[in-house]
Design a protein around this ligand. Structure first.
Ligand code: UD2
Ligand code: MN
Length: 269
């Protein structure tokens, strides 16, 4: 098991630990060879600074050791309205594709509180129709997976550009906690893709213990939304995303994207 301190290094101190990263946290890969894949790690975020410091402190070194070309994108929802993880993911995916000089082949959607424990769990994508769920074995669940726990593709999941476009990205309609990961799992199946996982020696993660966030109340409509997922899939996602990028800042360890969402009236709140 892994024990984390209450006070991880500051962002400035972490930057000093990783001088090999360029502007915006871009790592061009090992010096004497070319990385096979270029990976964008996309982290939905709001008000979890201590988790982000832990994540960067532990994971940047892992990514460098894996000899990838990569950038970490932290995509933050502006304001205090209900959180919408799917819309943040979609926004960051489109931005990473359109606005940067790097051609990313692999997009990894990653909770800020999930710390990979094994350096050899590669942050790369699989070929063809296999979507890679990187994080099936979690300390909180004693590193076991079973149907009761119900982790589908939550935590950390890797798509090639083609795969992510084929599923039309995440659904945009899940506000608050829950459902968007199960909806994505369904999209993967309905699109004819399959889900693969590293074995239990590799896909191991620590989930930093936390309470439910105030701005992310449990979505009481999530089961209902999931029932209509199939019907919605073709239009709901990358295709009908309507978000605004407010600011992008290039930090020494990561690229930060601040996003404004159109928040509807949510009767269940
Ligand atoms: C599970 C899933 C997660 C997601 C969620 C339901 C696993 C391992 N994780 O995590 O992927 O599907 O259920 O929505 O299965 N966040 C913020 N600020 C907030 C709220 C959320 O930064 O105020 C981000 C952050 O990256 C966090 C992620 O959203 O890790 C998921 O939220 P959570 O950690 O509260 O949900 P959890 O742990 O139940
Ligand atoms: Mn969590």
């Amino acid at each position: 098991p892994m024990y984390l301190s209450d006070d991880p290094p500051t962002l400035g101190a972490i930057a000093e630990l990783f001088p090999m990263l360029g502007i915006g946290g871009y790592y061009s890969g090992p010096r004497f060879c070319k990385a096979r894949q270029s990976t964008a790690v996309i982290i939905p975020y709001r008000d979890r600074e201590v988790h982000l410091r832990h994540w960067l402190h532990y994971t940047l070194g892992t990514l460098v050791k894996q000899q990838l070309e990569f950038t970490v994108f932290v995509v933050e929802q502006e304001g205090i309205d209900v959180f919408n993880k799917g819309q943040l993911m979609n926004t960051a995916f489109l931005w990473a594709q359109r606005q940067t000089r790097v051609k990313f082949q692999c997009f990894i959607f990653h909770d800020v509180d999930m710390i990979p424990e094994i350096v050899g769990n590669f942050y790369t994508c699989a070929d063809g129709k296999a979507v890679k769920h990187l994080s099936p074995y979690i300390d909180k669940f004693n590193y076991t997976t079973n149907k009761k726990i119900g982790v589908t593709v939550g935590g950390a999941v890797a798509f090639t550009e083609w795969q992510y476009r084929a599923v039309n990205g995440y659904s945009n309609v899940y506000w608050g906690w829950g459902g968007e990961d199960d909806d994505m799992n369904l999209r993967i199946k309905l699109t004819g893709l399959r889900r693969i996982r590293p074995d239990s020696n590799y896909g191991r993660y620590k989930m930093i213990p936390h309470e439910h966030d105030g701005g992310n109340p449990m979505n009481k409509q999530r089961h209902k939304l999931l029932k209509e997922a199939k019907m919605r899939m073709a239009r709901d996602g990358l295709g009908d995303l309507a978000t605004q990028i407010v600011a992008v800042s290039l930090h020494p360890t990561h690229t930060h994207i601040l996003v404004r969402l159109n928040v509807p009236h949510l009767p269940w709140l």
